[in-house]
Write a protein that binds this ligand. Structure first.
Ligand code: C2E
Ligand code: MG
Ligand code: MG
Ligand code: MG
Length: 282
């Protein structure tokens, strides 16, 4: 009897695992075709300077719409793409697409703003990264100052020496560098000293349950002070409520990004958003 139970249990685990694996394989198969079939697109989430009230930038975020699966979250397909290396061509596509969009907005005569593109560890370790960025900037004819690249502490940690070299070269080209999800990885102060960052993004986990006199408050105000001392722009991510906004204002946070201001927008909605925002602010 106990033997039977054991077998049942084994079958149970094994079939769950098999379905996980086959789901993964199916996703992988479909992701391979996503680029060719033009199923990927970028959305843009505005970033607000709290002092001037101006929108100074947008973060480009990848989206995948597959006819069978519908909209697939980047939290699901980016780890997969990292794993099988597809992130390299996908990431290159995202960078080119964002730069072409920057150019298109500038041609429309919109006041320029910077666009941030996320880089994953695998892309960052690619020896051709700097060359690829340079080439895309030339091809799209945009001024490098309007492009920012977001990387995480974890990415840096995987190869500190390589990261330093790559970031220095990118800085020489004139693109900006942002440290994403700050505080969730191995937040070494040494990195802040060694690397040429322009922006520090406080991870949304510190903003989510923000209350007065909480631990989150202490951490956020320390990061803000650090950013000010090092002459970095500090952006709080994931700001959803008026209350969070007010608390961040009190802590003299410079800039925010989050649903309170706007969800990520498709490119066509961005111009309208900027016009409405300018009317409200002005
Ligand atoms: P991230 O770079 O930290 O991006 C911020 C994430 O927070 C985005 O999720 C954004 O939609 C979400 N978000 C923005 N405001 C709020 C808010 O007020 N509340 C909450 N709860 N969430 C908010 P998304 O678009 O699902 O992207 C998830 C992650 O996937 C990104 O985190 C980034 O690490 C990665 N990712 C997205 N696009 C790309 C890309 O083009 N390349 C690479 N390598 N990674 C990407
Ligand atoms: Mg990011
Ligand atoms: Mg982030
Ligand atoms: Mg993140």
């Amino acid at each position: 009897r106990s033997k039977e139970q054991g077998r049942d249990r084994y079958q149970f685990y094994s079939s769950t695992m098999t379905s996980k694996v086959s789901e993964w394989l199916r996703l992988e198969h479909l992701l391979h075709q996503a680029l060719v079939n033009e199923e990927l697109f970028l959305v843009y989430q505005p970033q607000l300077d709290l002092e001037s009230g101006k929108i100074f930038g947008m973060e480009a975020l990848l989206r995948w719409h597959n006819p069978e699966l519908g909209l697939v979250s980047p939290a699901k397909f980016i780890p997969l793409a990292e794993d099988n290396g597809l992130i390299v061509p996908i990431g290159e596509w995202a960078l080119l697409s964002a730069c072409a969009q920057i150019k298109a907005w500038q041609l429309l005569g919109i006041e320029p703003f910077k666009v941030s593109v996320n880089l994953s560890a695998r892309q960052f370790q690619n020896a051709n990264l700097v060359e690829m960025v340079t080439q895309i900037l030339q091809e799209t004819e945009i001024d490098p100052q309007w492009l920012e690249l977001e990387i995480t502490e974890t990415t840096i940690m995987q190869n500190v020496n390589f990261a330093r070299q790559a970031l220095e070269k990118l800085q020489q080209i004139g693109v900006r560098i942002s440290l994403d999800d700050f505080g969730t990885g191995y937040s070494s102060l040494g990195y802040l000293k060694q690397f040429p960052f322009h922006t520090l993004k406080i991870d949304q986990s510190f903003v989510r349950d923000l209350k007065e006199n909480s631990r989150d408050t202490a951490i956020i105000s320390a990061v803000i002070a650090l950013g000010r001392g090092l002459n970095l722009r500090v952006i709080a991510e994931g700001v959803e409520t008026q209350q969070q906004l007010e608390l961040l204002r009190n802590l003299q946070c410079e800039a925010i990004q989050g649903y309170w201001l706007s969800k990520p927008l498709i490119a066509a909605e961005v111009v309208n958003f900027l016009t409405c925002h300018a009317k409200m602010a002005g």
